[in-house]
Design a protein around this ligand. Structure first.
Ligand code: FAD
Ligand code: NDP
Length: 522
């Protein structure tokens, strides 16, 4: 470990930190960066899911690669290490805190299975947060080691374009470096949006960039927003015993199947999360006792509401991290509406040797596995003689709410809009996980539906699964659906008993039949 640490320290030291030669340093660097003399074959801006995958793959293919990554602290001052959103302030800490919440449920189940556990069992935020943060730090370290092992140069600098082949990196202390490369990949992801128009929002609120790094429990929390981030955070905060309210201005999980989304929020509501529907906040102010008073407009009643909370968590979407990149200096086009980078199917931007992958790109799913795969495939096309393109169709995903919702393919609404009601057959079931029976857990929202074309062999258009371990269930079926599985083939698949997954291969009742879809017996 000590040798590794020494190696990593050496990595920074070997670099030429160049102060700009002329005012701004821009022209000198640009003129020096001619083909054959550039510093790197590939320069990746952003050391998150997509950028690291792309850099490592290119290095494996024998190319000279550099990664620059820099984390601008959140407005609250939270900062973290290498690895991007997923590792530090996304998937990883979120899933671990989700697990902490699920364990609470299992502890409540335990006495029914014979365990003598004194109830209630208190939860210690500090312990959970410290354990989660330590794991994240180990991942930061692991990423640095992997880059070092693959001989990828890592610079902890904030990058901005100087010209089409040159990037200026600025380190924390203000030192600058100029880096040139034949190919440049932009993988700078996004950051949470603050509703700047709301008085007190920035001053008193936090976002998902902060929640996982809080040293103390957030206490009574208002979560504003109703998509992935909002519902997942509200879910685990409720699960560890906090008083949580979700403020939703319209519908939950926009873009997802709305029947499933309603079941998700119904389950959360029945397990203690409070929902304020049709409401938007208008002001946050701090009271003398330190609590936050939030004022909101209730659009259904037309009245104003107020409430006090310890924490206000804004989960109102994300903005691409393109502002400091000086994209205009390289000629990279962005969408005027979203400021996301425009690319073609090869991930190429308006400048042929500059590419963009992951959350920063217009029209891409904001998910880690898509960023990773896009990055790997891009490196293989650039340096491995491959022509394989990233296929963004039928990407599976899971919302890690207390009852997980996994899906792949079309929602029922999308299928009907695309093919017409008369051409769509939906098979569905309300089921009870076996594990729920002994402790007498309510399974009202455990539901699965498969959306198919009606014409035999009834190709599967979409699968939607709400229940325990939905991510694990959905991942397996995603392969079949990606390969074009039909309803007939799914019905020919033998189940694994007793599991929740087997409910998918037992789906016999169509919505059209009007029969009761409640599963009875084994
Ligand atoms: P990022 O991972 O965001 O990496 C970009 C990096 O570039 C960052 O380190 C950033 O600091 C750096 N950077 C930005 N600008 C510059 C610059 N100018 N110079 C140098 N460096 C710069 N996805 C899932 O698949 N599953 C989940 O369960 C999941 N949960 C999530 C939970 C939350 C709370 C959030 C917010 C997201 C979640 N996501 C999840 C989404 C996932 O984290 C992102 O899709 C993924 O991290 C995007 O990867 P990326 O490479 O595009 O960017
Ligand atoms: P989204 O853009 O998906 O959703 C934003 C939410 O905030 C919507 O509910 C929206 O409501 C609401 N909203 C927007 N502006 C306001 C406002 N001014 N006042 C009140 N509500 C507002 O963002 P997320 O941050 O939740 O997620 C970003 C992406 O991150 C996701 O698309 C997903 O790809 C990724 N992610 C993936 C996860 C996973 O794989 N499990 C987990 C978390 C994130 P409305 O619908 O009315 O516009």
């Amino acid at each position: 470990m000590a040798a590794m640490a020494a190696g990593l320290r050496g990595l920074g030291g070997r670099f030429r930190w160049r102060m700009p030669a002329v005012a701004g340093g821009v022209r000198g660097a640009a003129q020096g960066a001619v083909a054959g003399q550039r510093d790197y074959d590939l320069l990746v801006i952003g050391g998150g899911s997509g950028g690291l995958a792309c850099a490592k793959e290119a290095a494996q293919l024998g190319r000279k690669v550099a990664v620059v990554d820099y984390v601008e602290p959140s407005p609250r001052g939270t900062r973290w290490g290498l690895g991007g959103t997923c590792v530090n302030v996304g998937c990883i800490p979120k899933k671990l805190m989700h697990q902490a919440a699920l364990l609470g449920g299992l502890i409540r189940d335990a006495p029914h299975y014979g365990w003598e556990v004194a109830q209630p069992v208190p939860h210690d935020w500090r312990k959970m947060a410290e354990a989660v943060q330590n794991h994240v730090k180990s991942l930061n370290w692991g990423h640095r080691v992997q880059l070092h092992d693959r001989k990828v140069k890592y610079f902890n600098v904030k990058a901005g374009f100087v010209d089409k082949h040159t990037v200026r990196g600025v380190a924390k202390g203000g030192k600058e470096i100029l880096l040139s490369a034949d190919h440049i990949v932009i993988a700078t992801g996004g950051r949470p949006r603050y509703p700047a128009h709301i008085e007190g929002a920035l001053e008193y609120g936090i976002t998902s960039d902060d929640i996982f790094w809080l040293k103390e429990s957030p206490g009574k929390t208002l979560v504003v927003g109703a998509s992935y981030v909002a519902l997942e955070c509200a879910g685990f905060l409720t699960g560890i015993g906090l008083d949580v309210t979700v403020m939703m201005r319209s519908i939950p999980l926009r873009g997802f199947d709305q029947q499933m989304s309603s079941l998700v929020t119904e389950h959360m509501a029945s397990h203690g999360t409070r929902f304020l529907r049709g409401c938007t906040p208008s002001q946050v102010r701090r009271l003398l006792d330190g609590q936050l008073q939030v004022t909101w407009e209730d659009h259904t009643t037309g009245k104003e509401g107020t409430g006090t909370f310890n924490t206000v968590l804004w989960a109102v979407g994300r903005v691409p991290d393109t502002r400091s990149l000086n994209l205009e200096k390289a000629g990279v086009d962005t969408s005027p509406n979203t400021q996301k980078i425009l690319v073609d199917s090869r991930e190429a931007t308006s400048v042929p040797h500059i590419y963009a992958i992951g959350d920063v790109v217009e029209g891409r799913p904001e998910l880690t596995p898509t960023a990773v795969m896009a990055g790997r495939l891009l490196a293989q096309r650039l340096f491995g003689g491959s022509s394989d393109l990233m296929d963004y169709d039928k990407v599976p995903t899971t919302v890690f709410t207390p009852l997980e919702y996994g899906c792949v393919g079309l929602s029922e609404e999308e299928a009907v809009a695309r093919h017409g009601q008369e051409h769509v057959e939906v098979y569905h079931a309300h089921y009870k996980p076996l594990e729920f029976t002994v402790p007498g857990r309510d399974a009202s929202q455990c539901y699965v539906k498969m959306v198919c074309l009606r014409e035999p062999p009834q190709p599967v258009l979409g699968l939607h699964f709400l229940g325990p371990n939905a991510g694990e269930v959905t991942q397996g079926f995603a392969l079949g659906i990606k390969c074009g599985a039909s309803y007939v083939q799914v019905m020919q698949t033998v189940g694994i008993h007793p599991t929740c997954s087997e409910e998918v291969v037992k789906l016999r009742i169509s919505k059209r039949s009007g029969l009761d879809p409640t599963v009875t017996g084994c």
